[in-house]
Every structure is written in structure tokens, then in C-alpha cells.
Write a protein that binds this ligand. Structure first.
Ligand SMILES: N[C@@H](CCC(=O)N[C@@H](CS)C(=O)NCC(=O)O)C(=O)O
Length: 203
């Protein structure tokens, strides 16, 4: 049984989506986090060393960082094919997109958001325009990052695009709209959305 440490409307939401896709046995432990508006704070029940979400527990294992959690889960629950396994075609691209998401896309966006510029050889990632051109090229061949195959990498990237598309960080294009609709139109996404908030207690 996987325990997902989750806080509503955060980066952990997409792991309910992934766990639903995988058909994995899981429970959600709802935890508080420090929010952007200054409310909330770290929750003693959360095993994440920085009080963030997502984190998962599987027996004695604790896993955090979105890309690591995605890889751990798709390796552990391979049946629905959400991530190419070791030795399978597409494994290299899959690992690359998972690392690209957290090591290239997110830092680039955060730098743009904060209006910070690092000299290119110092920053380990290209500017957003360059990474978006790379992603666009992959999706044009697509329809998913791995071509025909929907994977957990699309859950990370597609749900992030769903949040930011149309805003100053991510102008909407027909290609991105189609991609986001394909990802968020999946039945597992709707099932996950129903579990996003803790069930209301009836008194
Ligand atoms: N790189 C981490 C980022 C996790 C993260 O920053 N999560 C936010 C919620 S979206 C959080 O927990 N913030 C609370 C805090 O920073 O204390 C990952 O992708 O797992």
C-alpha cells in the first residue's frame, strides 16, 4: 500500500492522477504545507524533509521529488504501461523527460517568473523559449512526449501546462491546448479530482 502525502491544489495532485492511472493500491494522507499566501506551515506528519509535497511512503521507503516519485511508481506498477521499463524501447526518452521536467522546465520558469537571468554557461538549463521549442517539437511528432505512448512524464508536464496555459508564462497555442485536453480528459484525471480535497465530515 502506497501512502501519498498530499495537500490540495499542489504538485501532489498529479500523483493522485498517476496512482489512479496505475490502478495501484494507495491511500492519501492529507497534510498541511506553507502556502504562497503565507498561510499554513510544515506538517509533522509529512516525511518530506522540507515540509513539501509530494512525498510517498511504501513500507520502509520514503520517496520525494516529483520525478523520482513518478519513476518509482511506474517501475513498481508496470502493468498499465505508464513508463517504459528497463530494457524496453523508450526508457531513455522517459528518464530524460522526467529529469527535463524538474531540472530544466521548472527552474527555467521560476527564473522567468522571478525575472532573474543567469549567464547561460552557469545556469544548467536553457531559457524557457528554447525548452518550449523543444517540447513543441516533441508534441508535434506526438501526440505525447514519448510519441504514441502516454506516460507519467505527460502527467507532470501536461498538468503543469493545464495550470499555466493562457497566462504570461505559457501562451496558449492549438497544439498545447490539444495536449492539455488529451491529458486532462482522461478518466483517471476526473477520478483524481474527486479525491483532491479531504472528504467533508458529516456531523
Ligand atoms: N521539486 C519539488 C517541489 C515540491 C514543492 O515545492 N511543492 C510545494 C507545493 S506545489 C510545497 O510543498 N510547498 C511548500 C513549501 O515549500 O514549504 C517536487 O517537484 O516534488
Amino acid at each position: 500500500m502506497i501512502t501519498l502525502f498530499h495537500s490540495p491544489r499542489t504538485r501532489s495532485s498529479r500523483f493522485i492522477f498517476l496512482l489512479e492511472e496505475l490502478g495501484a493500491p494507495y491511500e492519501i494522507h492529507y497534510v498541511g504545507i506553507q502556502r504562497g499566501d503565507g498561510t499554513g506551515g510544515p506538517d509533522a506528519a509529512n516525511p518530506h524533509p522540507h515540509g513539501k509535497v509530494p512525498a510517498i511512503r511504501d513500507g520502509d521507503e520514503t520517496v520525494f521529488e516529483s520525478s523520482a516519485v513518478a519513476l518509482y511508481l511506474t517501475d513498481k506498477f508496470p502493468n498499465n504501461g505508464l513508463g517504459p521499463q528497463v530494457g524496453e524501447a523508450g526508457r531513455g526518452a522517459y528518464l530524460t523527460w522526467l529529469a527535463y521536467y524538474c531540472g530544466v522546465l521548472e527552474p527555467g520558469w521560476m527564473m522567468q517568473f522571478a525575472n532573474v537571468e543567469l549567464p547561460r554557461p552557469m545556469a544548467g538549463w536553457p531559457p524557457v523559449a528554447e525548452s518550449m521549442a523543444h517540447i513543441t517539437q516533441a508534441l508535434e511528432a506526438g501526440p505525447y512526449l514519448l510519441g504514441d505512448r502516454f506516460s507519467a512524464a505527460d502527467i507532470l508536464v501536461g498538468t503543469t501546462f493545464a495550470l499555466f496555459m493562457g497566462g504570461p508564462m505559457l501562451p496558449e497555442t492549438p497544439l498545447l491546448r490539444g495536449y492539455v485536453d488529451r491529458v486532462t480528459g482522461r478518466p483517471a484525471y476526473a477520478r483524481a479530482a474527486a479525491k483532491e480535497e479531504p472528504a467533508a465530515v458529516v456531523v
